[in-house]
Design a protein around this ligand. Structure first.
Ligand code: MOS
Length: 734
């Protein structure tokens, strides 16, 4: 993009699909109007572990409108081929829908009622009588007798010896509740068979590598026989990264009834029909010199997974490995096999959890040593990646701290806990660091420049909310030299060029780079066509001196000499120029991560235990910001999500039977407008050209990382009380 002027990239544009979304014109999974569609309602297990001894479907089947009730007793055997490329955890045996009588967790699908109306299906599902041989499930992470999978370990130096020799030794255990994503749009799938070809309209973050390949594996058909359509996703935060049992249920029910079938999970069913951020116990032992140089960190980590799949979070260890320069680090991470369904990444997976533990521990150390929390971090800031000696491509955490401290007014703070009051309220401020690795994956995008001077860009990626339609249009517009209004970006169809999962903050780096590369190629093709065309005013001009602006090719230093794409293509009898842009990540010698410094001010009513966040600031080193307005939506949304994680969100399980007690949005608390104060995001202006051709490092995940510990640290500063469990609820402060 060197020669091309940047007009759209970096501009604070509104969403190109905004009008569609607010007028109901955007079709989410369940909105698609499929002729002849019937409805399926899943019956879920009412025990936490055991065996189905009987299913009586007579009353259900006798209801008017009921087409079929399917369970393990009459379901066909499904292929369930291995699908290692998808998001299925390695080494597991994924849940096989209606394939046997085993119940592995409370809420597992045990039958489905299919009927011509939703009401008939709901009523029929309620009439299915299931009897069980029930056992007491094991669902409590703190149960030390629960079996664990082979631990993941990491070590550098000699952490035990360094800890033993340290001036200051500390040991803390932090606990994080299970969280659920709770996107606004419920998970939903419509499935239709045309002969042996399957079409699904699905809520997914991974059209091809996820839903398409997994349904092909489950049904034992070629991936090309499965078409997945998913143009809009109403939030997901990671819940759309796997192909959950209800997707299979929809396809199975459609095949068994010969009708298109729609399945929409109820809000309650989301809590066990999809995954969740697993509960964690995170023990930190720290050794430090009096001057604040941390010499040893020992982490013992446990998180929950299912009995049938060993889901672990790779992101849990890096925070301890290279956020600080600590020479001696030892980590042990165990996943605990419980009678629950399998977790899945949720925003900032692993990193957000680890940062709560590590950043709380650093805060505790700062008070122990009497060193300002920012100063303590600066004293442990590495020059190179301490895990492997690599250089950081860009790492501007120091600037995040200093910019944040200045903007937030950190120096006005009385460092003494419980020292600041505002009437009945105790006031505290806290900060924490966020980090998330920059992931990149192969991606493709088709760019077609039409003779009318408009462009169509397609890639089978998703938009769960970050604004993919808009940001990709910006990249394409600048690469092609077109105004935004002449570019259309389409996504969410497995017939489009391949794209990686829409998650892990990798969409702009990966799909964006494919769009950029493809757009550059098309523009160059047009320029070559012009400079070789005797009838073009650009004939004979060196190609590298030609730029395209507003759809017009011209000599860079002589804007009068040129012509439009329309003129060029029409005269040459070309309907279009088309390229499939392809991005393959390069091997990098660098460690590339996005960083955040997060600041929070809270007010705590000590008599009521009430915590109110008063203001928050995030300062981000995330590389180039393609779309500042959309980045703000991400950053402020991350702060909101972190307020939820810190103070509200907690999936509660009844360990007697494995039932989730608060499987609804009345009892599972998420922040509402009244919980959200003044929020501000600042981006350090930068581009990281080692990261990817666009210079972006990813923004969607890092914005959640560091938020909860900043709030927890502020609560400690306000009250002098250190709560080591999330969420921090009123009872813990009384
Ligand atoms: Mo993100 S947790 O990869 O949706």
């Amino acid at each position: 993009m060197s020669l091309q002027p940047k007009a759209a990239v970096g501009a604070p544009l509104s969403r190109v699909d905004g009008r569609l979304k607010v007028t109901g014109g955007a079709d989410y999974a369940a909105d698609h109007d499929i002729e002849g569609v019937v409805h399926a309602v899943i019956v879920d297990a009412s025990i936490g572990r055991g065996r189905i001894t009987g299913i009586d479907t007579g009353a259900a089947e006798a209801q008017p409108g009921v087409l079929k009730v399917i369970s393990h007793r009459n379901a066909p055997t499904l292929a369930y081929r291995d699908n290692p490329g998808s998001n299925n955890p390695p080494g597991g045996r994924r849940l096989r829908v209606f394939q046997d009588d085993q119940v592995l967790f409370h809420g597992q699908p045990v039958a489905v009622a299919v009927a011509t109306t939703l009401e008939a299906a709901q009523h029929a599902a309620s009439l299915v009588e299931v009897t069980y041989d029930a056992q007491t499930p094991s669902t409590d992470l703190s149960d030390d007798n629960a079996p664990t999978n082979t631990p993941v370990t990491y070590a550098r130096g000699d952490a035990q010896a360094a800890l033993a020799g340290a001036d200051v030794r500390m040991e803390m255990t932090y606990r994080l509740a299970r969280n659920h994503h709770n996107p606004m749009e419920p998970h939903a799938t419509i499935a239709r068979w045309d002969g042996d070809r399957l079409t699904v309209w699905d809520k997914t973050q991974w059209v091809i590598g996820g839903t398409q390949t997994e349904l092909a594996a489950v049904f034992g058909i070629p991936p090309a026989s499965v078409r997945v359509i998913s143009p809009f996703v109403g939030g997901a935060f990671g819940s759309g990264l796997r192909t959950w049992p209800h997707v299979t249920v929809a396809a199975l029910a459609a095949r068994e009834t010969g009708r298109p079938v729609k399945v929409v999970l109820s809000r309650r069913q989301q809590y066990f029909g999809t995954g969740f951020r697993p509960a964690y116990e995170y023990q930190v032992r720290l050794g430090s010199a009096r001057n604040g140089r941390v010499s040893a960190m020992i982490h013992a980590i446990r998180s929950e997974t299912s009995t049938y799949e060993p889901y672990g979070e790779g992101g849990i260890l890096p925070v301890g490995q290279h956020l600080y320069s600590t020479p001696n680090v030892s980590q042990t991470y165990r996943t605990v096999r419980l009678d629950v369904n399998t977790p899945v990444p949720m925003r900032g997976p692993g990193f957000a959890t680890a940062s709560y533990a590590v950043e709380s521990a650093m805060d505790e150390l700062s008070y122990e040593l009497g060193i300002d929390p920012i100063e303590l971090r600066l004293r442990n800031e590495p020059e190179t990646d301490p895990a492997n000696g690599n250089s950081f491509s860009t790492r501007r955490l120091r600037e995040c701290y200093t910019t944040g401290a200045r903007e937030f007014g950190w120096d006005r703070r009385n460092p003494k806990p419980r020292s600041t009051r505002d009437g009945d309220w105790l006031i505290g401020t806290g900060m924490a660091t966020g980090v998330y690795h920059t992931l990149r994956a192969p991606a493709q995008a088709r760019i077609r420049l039409d003779a009318d001077g408009t462009a169509l860009v397609e890639s089978a990626t998703s938009d769960m909310g970050p604004g993919t339609y808009t940001s990709m249009s910006q990249v394409a517009a600048d690469a092609l030299g077109l105004p935004m209004r002449r570019v259309t970006f389409r996504l969410g169809d497995s017939l489009m060029p391949n794209a990686p999962l829409h998650g892990g903050s990798l969409t702009m780096a990966s799909v964006g780079s494919a769009v950029l590369g493809g757009g550059d190629q098309v523009r160059r093709q047009a320029i070559e066509l012009a400079v070789g065309d005797e009838q073009s005013p650009l004939y004979g001009v060196p190609a590298d001196t030609v730029v395209v602006r507003n759809g017009r090719l011209h000599v860079r230093d002589d804007p009068a000499r040129g012509e439009t794409y329309q003129q060029l293509l029409t005269r040459n009898n070309r309907d279009s120029l088309e390229v499939v842009g392809s991005f393959t990540p390069a091997q990098s010698r660098f460690t590339t991560e996005a960083y955040a410094a997060v600041f929070a001010e809270v007010a705590v009513d000590a008599r009521l235990g009430l915590v109110r966040v008063r203001r928050m600031l995030g300062v981000y080193d995330a590389g180039r910001i393609v779309s500042p307005k959309l980045a703000d939506s991400q950053a402020l949304g991350g702060l909101v999500g972190g307020i939820g994680q810190a103070l509200l969100e907690h999936t509660v399980t009844d360990h007697r039977d494995g039932r989730i007690v608060n499987a609804n949005l009345a009892d599972y608390l998420v922040p509402v407008n009244a919980d959200i104060p003044d929020l501000k995001a600042i981006y350090l202006e930068s581009e990281d050209m080692e990261a990817d051709p666009l210079g972006v490092k990813g923004i969607g995940e890092v914005v959640l990382v560091g938020v909860a510990p900043a709030i927890a640290n502020a609560v400690h500063h306000a009250t002098g009380r250190r709560v080591r469990d999330l969420p921090i609820t009123a009872d813990a402060l009384l």
